[in-house]
Design a protein around this ligand. Sequence first.
Ligand code: C5P
Length: 283
Amino acid sequence: MDTVEIKAHAKLNLTLDIIGKRDDGYHDLQMVMQAVELHDTVRVARRDCGIECSIDCAALPSGEGNIAHKAARCFFGATGIDGGVSIDIEKRIPFAAGMAGGSTDAAAVLHAMRSLFAPMMDDAALLEIGAKVGSDVPFCILGGTALAEGRGERLTPLAPMPRAPIVLCKPDFPISTPELFSLVRQGKITRRPDTAAMIDALSRADADAVGAHLCNVFEDILPEKYAEVHAIREQLLALGAAGALMTGSGPTVFGIFDDEDTAHHAAETLQKRYPQTFLTYPV
Ligand code: C5P
């Protein structure tokens, strides 16, 4: 086997809570994460030496500046394997969007490199390499539905989210994750998720309760310049979403719907103003 092709799925946050700031500059988090069908396609081919990385999106770095390249460097560094890879990324997931678009490409590279170079490597070892690449990479390696704690690397698989159409809407501006983290003042957060209630809703496959417990503390501290995020959330609810939330550090907002027709109509309506609108499903 010389080439591996992998679907690199986007993620959503059903909850995001910030527990505290750590000495290493990162924050301790508690997040219920969900993988969705929207994906990039990542192809990794074996070569004799060196790492090449290309991506079909001019706004993102190819080569060393891409987190997928970093993933390959970390894999070779951690395993001591002497080899090379060519990475080719077909981008569909919006970037700087709160959907782990870069982290999921990195996770796909790690999965592919395990298949190509170290099929006996266990999941724990792959997750450990992922944590060195980026905070969201371990969840992207695992996929499905999971509680992520610590920096994001401590994972507990959860009962799957009930299958429901999800409309994702990414407004035309990025939000920098470090910038938003720098605005966190613990005492100022007024609305926090009830993580236990979300986990309970998932274990009962209670879609209404999942919608009711969506909560992301970043929504609370968004600067005024990003007010459009709140407007999109209101629009999704007005268009019939059972629940709606900003994912991660934004600015993408998603709505969970009870039925296909309403979701299709909402996606079509939002797409007119926001071209980066997608209808997707949990995986
Ligand atoms: O780990 P990653 O490079 O994806 O994180 C990007 C930035 O997000 C970090 O440099 C840090 O500013 C912030 N971050 C954080 N706490 C986390 C995850 C990310 O403060 N748990």
